[in-house]
Design a binder for this molecule. Structure first.
Ligand code: ZN
Length: 507
């Protein structure tokens, strides 16, 4: 009885956050530009209402009563975990002063407007004051949340619980040691032919092909849809409405396809969460106040990267499906072999832009951002010195000269919306994807033959059992331990890249 009342309250919190997500989807797909300011207020209002409903005194009483009712259940039962997450989230929000929350919300709108203008004119000075205050508020937030070793640890914990400066240092050192020599060998090798990527690819045919791939991976269109947006994304309003988008480029067939594969992976996670968790704490990020079933940002990214990088960019995938792509674009791909397309789709080319980066250079973009964020947070780097530090690190790590701040320090939206501490999740996702993929192939003998014939159902089913269905019941490392026998381990990822690019480039 008490537990039912608790669930009902969490259902209200989840409804408000899902409604907010619908407004976000709309703003990024079809909303006219004039709607920006009032939409920002509408989303902020729903988020505030969700927070109030969560931390209200009677919610705390419902948590206490539910906890008493479930005392006889195992500690990791869905009900007890839902209560535990809710209690932890209430404690988290109680530590953050309301004045700080309010100022962060106000600043988000101002900072985003400043960033858009700064980026348009490649004028870092226009964004610097807002960024300075964002860093200052992030430091206050870290102090409010609390930390042991480094203030950045507190900020990271909001996005990727379990990671700290110390764990990330170890992870990044392993990646640098494993990837840098490989990248140098690839850079010195003969590049693949890519001229045919820049030809005419009508969007409706790109969309039709991409949708068929999404469905083959297992994306359920009766609970999903594909739209166009400036940047690809996935968002869900419970498991019964999970939407993806991609960005089309008529002169490059690889862009939209990569986006669809990636977002399909995110979509599969949300579509396959246990239906019993709908509208509960196990399908809601109560700390970030976001209606999402995936257990961490990195765990979510592991699913997108697994389908995009390990499956969709594999040689076998293109041997199987290239004829269909070629048939859709006979004029542009008539003179291109499957093998040539596969090579072009995996072309390694260091450049200044993170979201355009290939698999081998991507993590260096992430490591740069993490390095810079923690230096800003611990005051060892001043905002005014940021463009210089950014450009120097790009040159050091990737040999890339950043042409201007628009394509350098101003390229990402994250800092303008107050997300400091989130970037590591992309690399955590890459690493986790390779680890899960190896475990899947080892633990289920039907998966490899499926991949050989284009039957992706066994892999999807394994991932649902190991990851998707649990929603937020288990932490990322609990999932990894159950599914692979160990916590995050970069060796699978490094070996996968060494194998793949060693073969592709003959190095
Ligand atoms: Zn993603």
């Amino acid at each position: 009885m008490s537990y039912a009342a608790f669930q009902q309250r969490l259902g209200v919190v989840n409804d408000l956050l899902n409604a907010s997500s619908v407004l976000v989807w709309d703003s990024r797909t079809v909303m006219p530009p004039g709607g920006v300011a009032s939409r920002g207020q509408q989303i902020a209002t729903l988020t505030v209402l969700a927070r109030q409903a969560l931390i209200a005194d009677d919610t705390r009483r419902l948590v206490d009563a539910a906890e008493r009712e479930l005392a006889g259940e195992p500690a990791d039962s869905p009900g007890r975990r839902a209560v535990e997450h809710t209690r932890a989230a209430i404690a988290h929000h109680a530590r953050i002063p309301e004045s700080l929350e309010r100022r962060r919300a106000e600043l988000r709108t101002q900072a985003q407007a400043a960033w858009i203008e700064a980026r348009r004119n490649s004028d870092f000075g226009r964004f610097a004051p807002a960024l300075t205050e964002t860093v200052d508020l992030s430091r206050q937030l870290a102090d409010a949340i609390g930390y042991e070793a480094h203030p950045y640890d507190a900020l990271v914990s909001v996005f990727e619980p379990g990671e700290t400066v110390a764990t990330l240092d170890a992870l990044f050192a392993a990646l640098r040691a494993g990837l840098r020599p490989l990248l140098q060998r690839v850079a010195a090798a003969t590049p693949p032919r890519i001229d045919f990527l820049d030809r005419d690819y009508p969007e409706d045919r790109q969309r039709a092909f991409g949708l068929r791939i999404a469905e083959r991976f297992g994306y359920d269109l009766s609970r999903g849809r594909l739209d166009a947006s400036a940047h690809p994304f996935e968002v869900s309003f419970t498991r019964d409405d999970v939407r993806i988008t991609t960005a089309y480029n008529r002169r490059n067939v690889a862009t939209a396809l990569g986006g669809i594969m990636h977002e399909t992976g995110h979509g599969l996670y949300e579509q396959n969460i246990d239906p019993a968790y709908t509208r509960t704490a196990l399908a809601t990020d109560l700390i970030g106040l976001y209606a999402v079933g995936g257990t961490s940002f990195g765990a979510h990214e592991s699913q997108s990267r697994l389908w995009e990088s390990r499956v969709g960019r594999s040689r076998r995938f293109w041997e199987l499906h290239y004829p269909e792509l070629q048939a859709a674009f006979p004029d542009s791909l008539g003179d291109v072999e499957a093998d040539e397309f596969h090579r072009a789709f995996n072309n390694v080319q260091a450049g200044p832009i993170r979201i355009q980066a290939d698999e081998l250079t991507y993590d260096f973009h992430v490591m740069l951002r993490v390095e810079i964020e923690r230096a800003l947070v611990d005051n060892s780097l001043k905002v005014s010195d940021l463009p210089e530090a950014w450009n120097a690190t790009m040159l050091r790590d990737l040999g890339v000269r950043v042409p201007d701040d628009r394509r350098g320090v101003l390229q990402d939206i994250h800092w303008s919306i107050g997300y400091i501490g989130s970037f590591c999740s992309y690399t955590v996702g890459n690493v986790m994807a390779a680890q899960l993929y190896d475990a899947a192939l080892t633990r289920d003998a039907t998966i490899a033959p499926g991949l050989q014939t284009g039957d992706y159902a066994p892999l999807r089913a394994w991932l649902t059992t190991a990851v998707h269905r649990h929603g937020r019941r288990f932490s990322r490392d609990e999932l990894l331990l159950q599914a692979t026998g160990k916590t995050l381990d970069p060796s699978h990822y490094i070996e996968a890249l060494q194998r793949k690019y060693g073969e592709l480039y003959g190095v």
